[in-house]
Design a protein around this ligand. Structure first.
Ligand code: SF4
Ligand code: SF4
Length: 167
């Protein structure tokens, strides 16, 4: 008796499974044509990092090191510098003179993004990061910093070396 029930149960399961298969066969295909066509990313996809600017074009990063402290891979390296009257890079007291993320170690967990109090570090959608040379996998501030928005003129942005010391 138990055997007949097993056989019937199995037949029902097979019929159910095949029903799903046949139903899906009639749906339109959603295979993406990458790399011949663009890859479609979900909104929350955690791709390459971006360092953001505020509405005045200033860098949002204030070099607080919270992202580096939160990083489980210990792959964020920051050197902080003070903003002055002559050189103002961020809206806070300090800015990141150097900001590197080592992509040979980053696991794209997003903890740095969550830890950032100023929303300075975010995940973009870039993903084609493979390289035969690991030296190219250290992302520097210059690689990650977003452009100043068109039409926005930051108050004072000078390269630190070019700063004058008088008022
Ligand atoms: S995504 Fe994760 S591993 Fe990568 S830098 Fe941020 S905290 Fe570190
Ligand atoms: S990216 Fe954010 S958390 Fe990291 S140092 Fe800059 S302000 Fe702090």
């Amino acid at each position: 008796m138990a055997k007949i029930q097993d056989i019937l149960g199995g037949a029902v399961a097979v019929a159910k499974g095949m029903g799903i298969t046949f139903r899906e066969m009639l749906q339109p295909t959603i295979t993406e044509d990458y790399p011949d066509g663009p890859a479609l990313m979900q909104e929350r996809y955690r791709g390459g990092h971006e360092l953001q600017r505020d509405e005045n074009g200033m860098e949002k990063c204030v070099a607080c090191f919270l992202c580096a402290a939160a990083c489980p891979s210990d792959c964020i390296y920051i050197e902080a510098a003070e903003n002055t009257d002559q050189v103002r890079i961020s809206g806070g007291e300090r800015y990141a003179e150097v900001y590197n993320i080592d992509y040979t170690r980053c696991i794209f967990c997003g903890y740095c993004v969550e830890a950032c109090p100023t929303d300075a570090i975010t995940h973009g959608h870039s993903f084609e990061n493979a390289s035969y040379n690991t030296a190219t996998l250290v992302m520097r501030k210059e690689n990650m910093l977003v452009q100043i928005p068109a039409g926005v003129k930051p108050p004072v942005i000078q390269a630190p070396a070019a700063a004058s010391h008088g008022h």
